[in-house]
Write a protein that binds this ligand. Sequence first.
Ligand code: AHR
Length: 492
Amino acid sequence: MKAKININTQTDISKIDDRIYSSFIEHLGRAVYGGIYEPGHESADDMGFRQDVMKLIKELKVPMVRYPGGNFVSGYNWEDGVGDKAKRPRKLELAWNSIETNEVGIDEFQEWAKRAETDVMMAVNLGTRGADDARNLVEYCNSSTDTYYADMRRKNGFDEPFGIKVWCLGNEMDGDWQIGTKRPAEYARLACETAKLMKMVDPSIELVACGSSGPQMESFGHWEETVLREAYDHVDYLSLHSYYGNPDDNSQQYLGSAAIMDKFIKDVVAICDKVKEEKKSEKSIMLSFDEWNVWFHSNEQDKKQKPWQVAPPLLEDMYNLEDAIVVGDLMITLLKHSDRVKIACLAQLVNVIAPIMTETGGGVWKQTIFYPFLYTSVNGRGTALKTEVQSETFTEGKAENVPCVDSVAVISEDKETISVFAVNRKLDESAELDIEGLEGYKLVSHISMEGDDLKAGNSMAEPDKVTPVTHEVGEGVSLAAASWNYLSYKKM
Ligand code: AHR
């Protein structure tokens, strides 16, 4: 098949906010305990943080990590995780039927984040708690005043405020699985009043209101409108969450997943702008796609886990090649919407639906999805350029009229490099590309995720079974059937 990609180096989509390459660590399964934190592990530092894991996180250049949940946050008392570790309570954790030891809390996590060269994106509990606890937490983290919670932080050993800039107003509050589910109007009021108080404590923070938990929710649309009508002036971002998967084992349909994300983003932008218009506001609400990934492999095995374990292996999806292609494609979609998507968090980072896996007491290895995230995060910084793609489309099951090829181009700040990210979603046909608009630039490298076995994945025993393929750079560019590609062009 033939496809054409026209890159307009004179027309920007937007300067990309680096926080589009953020991720997420929840107190869930082995993300924290046995993941980023394992005192006694041979690579643990003085605070018990695994250095082997941290090294891979730094490789991914993740600018911000959402914490501590997810569903977990809706039953969490942040005070349980600060101060003297010996006095911290061991509690029933109701979101994931586990036991939370509270050995790690915000005191430790913000220190971990510094060491991992990333920022914290903090979520507050609007499930079992509310505005009062949220504003206290902002004071604990960010205030330099001589007042109760800022003093508590100092007594706990932290003279300097943590300076946490971005805060989530709860998590998936419309989901009936959520601890303290809310009706739309109920959450809208709570989010608005909580936002006001949090900004009174620290006016420099940015706030993310919960959108509905996904486009499949019955409340989708109505929820967003209700929340924005109430809280528009007090919040900066609206959250989007979505997970993709191939439970029907229909790879062609699955490779069309990014089209679903694309529509979801467009629908949410339309809602935000409708409310902006109603309010005659100067401000545009930006999007925080703060949970996205592939998640479905571990669903059945998770049902077999016994309740009330400390750090049980939950949501440990083992990713394969087709998942990596979909993840790369989802990143292309996020970049195509970088004028509105300013924050996006790959959910999650370690062990739980994650690019990085550990063995408790053992080694660390990279899942297939590590690679498209790595190449896009490292090379996709700068400005997204308007990129038009002409290709055939396919229809397969729920995927209707999906373009076989999609692409986005990013020009670096110094304009020396243009990175083109491209996907061929067609299972059985390669795509011969005609790339226009890159006069003055020369192709210097072509790396892809492709292979004969779409179901192949990595493991501790075979950590390099699926790795990127480096192509000889010649005259034309061909995208293999079912492949994700990174093409690097340098100024001549
Ligand atoms: O990322 C896993 C879970 O997915 C999060 O806890 C929740 O917010 C979502 O449903």
